[in-house]
Design a protein around this ligand. Structure first.
Ligand code: IMP
Ligand code: MG
Length: 190
């Protein structure tokens, strides 16, 4: 395990900061204000997509000035590698029926769009009243399917990123910023 001269996991020299903490927080506040305006006359039901959205979701929720109910769905598409398998697996189903609710689905990133497309179809078949998507990150160059997210934090280039919920081999979700590993294989080996 390598670390910088201070032995810090977070300040690993193999990590190049792409979006710093303050920039993320400012954008999350803007998204929260926008969602608050848009859902003033609705009953907002938030569904977080586990596990990647957990950090973004917990910050975003506190910027929404409305009564909000909350549920989670678990998906897995990457396994332990950095390449999408294109297969979506539900690892945890919803606890609360989404029928008749105004749903905001919270995702970490739109990459190929396959995960969100699967979830959108699944939710629509369960008679939701309305459905919108918020994703912290979007990689427009990677889309295989257009899911039409209503709210996007940042569009980013086609690079593999970690931090603020996103992992490589289940690590680095706890970084308070978004970073590009200079050598992803090195991180994955930890
Ligand atoms: P998609 O189905 O290809 O749009 O992506 C599904 C999931 O892959 C996302 O929710 C993330 O958990 C993961 N993912 C996509 N791109 C990245 C990345 O750059 N870093 C880490 N995880 C990613
Ligand atoms: Mg992941």
């Amino acid at each position: 395990m390598t670390a910088d001269i201070n032995g810090s996991f977070i300040h690993d020299p193999n990590l190049e900061v792409l979006i710093d903490h303050d920039t993320i927080q400012k954008r999350v506040r803007e998204l929260g204000a926008e969602i608050t305006r848009d859902y003033r006359d609705k009953r907002l039901h938030v569904i977080g997509v586990l596990k990647g959205a957990c950090v973004f979701l917990s910050d975003l929720l506190r910027e929404i000035d409305l009564p909000v109910s909350l549920d989670f769905i678990g998906t897995s598409s990457y396994g332990e590698s950095t390449k999408s398998s294109g297969e979506v697996r539900i690892t945890k189903d919803l606890d609360i029926s989404p029928a008749g609710r105004d749903i905001l689905l919270v995702e970490d990133i739109v990459d190929t769009g396959l995960t969100l497309n699967y979830l959108i179809n699944m939710l629509k078949s369960r008679d939701v009243s309305s459905l919108a998507i918020v994703a912290l990150l979007d990689k427009p160059d990677r889309h295989e399917i257009e899911v039409g997210a209503s709210y996007i934090g940042f569009a980013i280039p086609n690079r593999f990123v970690v931090g603020y919920g996103l992992d490589v081999g289940e690590l680095y979700r706890n970084l308070p910023f978004i970073a590009v590993p200079k050598d992803p294989a090195q991180l994955a080996r930890r």
